[in-house]
Write a protein that binds this ligand. Structure first.
Ligand code: H2U
Ligand code: ZN
Length: 337
């Protein structure tokens, strides 16, 4: 069993179970997306969305309020308590962000400058939503198997006033570590992992790592190596380096099974509730579901009822991802050179 220092939870690691026969559900490869513009896509420039609004002819990134938002800013304030039953209303908003006007691109195939503009957009939207809401969740679902409704490269931001479950867990673990040691939990963790068997390529600004406590087969964590509690705290150099790191990781992911790799990813940034949080370090989680090209990991049975379990060690996953990242970099060096 390994301990997840960020969530204060344990998981079971049972290496070498991957050779067991699999007669279960087989994941189909994602469909090829070849059109740069799709007239039926609700995210492409100039097209009409479900609510009748027309997208502008944007040429870089584009943000709009989700036409089917799960959170609404004008939700009436109410709370309810009856015995063990409790409920509160939740005020918030949901945005959709298009990463590129090109329907056929993905972050993994965008240029460093284009990814940098996505980083800037994430930072800008976070700062402005943080003026109105206490928790800002930036995320991306990539691939139909992770629930993305459209292959056009896009992500979402949900913002609300309650501190959600994951935020609460991470706030507690980071605060306790800071109170006990005077250090940031994730900066200490990054120091310990840099150059080690789970490191996927670190520089002075960033660590990209398969966390020691990864639950998903090829889960990764991206941590800035200097104190930063939100994306808006990152300077120019850190943002450029982040774009490079992300592209490397995503090309490695795509190279792993030679097809667009599905995942959910998102940023955990300090809450905007006015409370000082010197313990909080910005980071991104990538949660990809695939174990093999056609076999996805299901969090079911023991995992739902007891605790997560994984079949390959974090170190094995890191080794395979590292070679996929190296191979992708080589291919690009050949193409460019
Ligand atoms: P996902 O692919 O991650 O589901 O994100 C797309 C979002 O786009 C989804 O939440 C919204 C859906 O509600 N959407 C619109 O806001 N307008 C539309 O015309 C279609 C989809
Ligand atoms: Zn499109």
């Amino acid at each position: 069993r390994r301990y997840n220092a960020l969530t204060d939870e344990w998981l079971l690691v049972s290496a070498e179970r991957t050779s067991r026969p699999w007669l279960g559900r087989v994941e189909a490869p994602p469909p090829e997306v070849s059109q740069a513009y799709d007239p039926s896509c609700y995210l492409c420039p100039g097209n009409v969305r479900a609510n009748g609004e027309r997208n502008p002819k944007y040429d870089s990134t584009f943000v709009f309020t989700n036409d089917f938002a799960a959170l609404q800013p004008d939700a009436p304030v109410a709370s309810f308590e009856n015995g063990v039953l409790r409920a509160n209303s939740e005020r918030g908003t949901c945005q959709v962000i298009c990463f590129s006007p090109r329907h056929d691109l993905s972050l993994s195939r965008m240029s460093a400058a284009q990814v940098r503009s996505v980083v800037d957009l994430w930072a800008r939207q976070t700062a402005s939503l943080g003026e109105r809401f206490e928790w800002v969740q930036v995320f991306e679902n990539r691939g139909a198997s992770m629930g993305a409704s459209n292959p056009h490269p896009h992500g979402q931001i949900w913002a609300g006033d309650a501190l959600p479950r994951e935020a609460e867990k991470e706030d507690g673990t980071q605060r306790r570590h800071f109170e006990a040691t005077g250090h940031s939990l994730l900066l200490d963790y990054a120091e310990q992992e840099a150059g080690g068997p789970r490191d996927l390529g670190s520089d002075d600004d960033w660590l990209v790592v398969v966390p020691f406590w990864a639950a998903w087969p090829f889960e990764t964590l991206i941590i800035p190596r200097r104190p930063a509690s939100r994306l808006q705290d990152l300077d120019d150099r850190a943002r450029n380096s982040l774009a490079d790191r992300m592209i490397g990781l995503l090309r490695g992911y795509d190279g792993l099974f030679q097809e667009p790799f599905p995942y959910s990813m998102g940023w955990h940034q300090a809450p905007f509730d006015g409370i000082e949080r010197p313990h909080w370090q910005l980071h991104a989680h990538y949660y990809p579901p695939l174990l093999r090209a056609t076999v996805r990991k299901f969090m079911v049975g023991y995992e739902l009822l007891s605790e997560p379990q994984r079949d390959i060690t974090a170190e094995d996953a890191a080794e395979r991802l590292r070679s996929a990242i190296d191979a992708a970099n080589l291919k690009i060096a050949h193409r460019d050179g």
